[in-house]
Design a protein around this ligand. Structure first.
Ligand code: PHE
Length: 337
């Protein structure tokens, strides 16, 4: 029996020494209820009274030994698993990282927001209108009846006889005045459409920013002051503005407004084509007929309006000489802003 116990001990040790050993199987095989050691212990009844305690002691020693070996193997296997996991998850901190590219605003959006902020700081709020517009708002209410020559310069895309893609943001003037009683102080940026062929300075889709102020006692002086402050904030504090007489059917008097060239300061250079001045917008005092169309009494109220191309301001600010660059979505171009 002693020999048998010795053999069990040796076999169990050999089994345990195999690192890939299945511990549970070993435990069942040697220590389990039907295990080898248990069956030896069961046979102890056949032993003599002197032998029994000796064999019992050896059996207990073997059991303790196997348990100890199993426990240490559990530890070894755990350590091996951890080491394997660590090796597999090893991070090489010296490998160069993959840079995540951060997007940014389109130059047109940036300039539009800059323009908006200048007017918001002056107390204007933003008004919006539809891009698909009625002929009435885009033309008729703005004092441009059917067959008026001004329609030629703003030929657009028609959805039906009286529905079109707006050719200017000025219809938002009318929509605002219909909804809101003076005092009115709004700007309205947005897309406009004209059936123009694409070239360096034209696009069938572009953006304008409209301005409208209506209140008692509004004069051309208010218009000049507002636009001067805008120009100085946008192009630099030295910037001057110049009004040239012009004609728009919905303003009277009307003007085209130039800013002094912010590159040469007015001496004449490539940007201003030697003029010293750069045209940036159209403006004027809201025509009494337009006020009347919106149920505002021109004897009580007066107002001014202006409209400018956002592409034009962006091209001037960023010195972009071809408008198409703004729409081509070439990352090499866009990432410069
Ligand atoms: N809507 C005019 C245009 O597109 C600009 C403008 C707006 C002129 C407001 C006067 C007043 O040319």
């Amino acid at each position: 029996m002693k020999e048998k116990l010795q053999k069990i001990k040796e076999e169990a040790t050999a089994a345990i020494n195999d690192v890939n050993a299945d511990l549970e199987q070993i435990r069942i095989k040697y220590l389990g209820k039907k295990g080898e050691l248990t069956s030896v212990l069961r046979g102890m009844g056949q032993l003599s009274a002197e032998e029994r305690p000796i064999v019992g002691q050896i059996a207990n020693e073997v059991r303790a030994y196997i348990e100890e070996q199993l426990a240490s193997l559990v530890e070894k296997q755990k350590a091996a698993a951890t080491a394997k996991k660590l090796a597999a998850e090893k991070i090489d901190v010296t490998v160069p990282g993959t840079a995540s590219s951060v997007g940014k605003l389109h130059p047109l959006t940036k300039i539009q927001r800059e323009m908006e902020n200048i007017f918001l700081n002056m107390g204007f709020t933003i008004a919006e209108g539809p891009e698909v517009e009625y002929d009435y708002y885009n033309f008729q209410a703005l004092n441009i009846p059917e067959n008026h020559p001004a329609r030629d310069t703003q030929d657009t895309f028609y959805i039906s006889d009286n529905v079109l893609l707006r050719s200017q943001t000025s219809p938002v003037q009318v929509r605002t005045m219909e909804k809101q009683a003076p005092p009115i102080r709004v700007i309205s940026p947005g897309r406009v459409y004209r059936s123009d062929a694409v070239d360096a300075t034209h696009s069938p889709l572009f953006h304008q920013l409209e301005g409208l102020v209506v209140d008692k006692g509004i004069t051309m002086g208010d218009l000049k002051g507002t636009l001067a402050l805008f120009a100085q904030t946008m192009f630099g504090s030295e910037t001057k503005i110049r009004f040239r007489p012009h004609h728009f059917p919905f303003t009277e008097p009307s003007a085209e407004v130039d800013v002094s060239c912010f590159v040469c300061g007015g001496k004449g250079c490539r940007l201003c084509k030697g003029e010293g001045w750069i045209e940036i917008l159209g403006a004027g005092m809201v025509h009494p007929e337009v006020l009347r169309n919106c149920n505002i009494d021109p004897d009580e109220y007066s107002g001014f309006a202006f409209g400018m191309g956002i592409e034009r301001i962006a091209m001037l600010s960023y010195k972009i000489d071809d408008m198409r660059m703004l729409y081509e979505n070439d990352i090499r171009f866009l990432s410069q802003f």
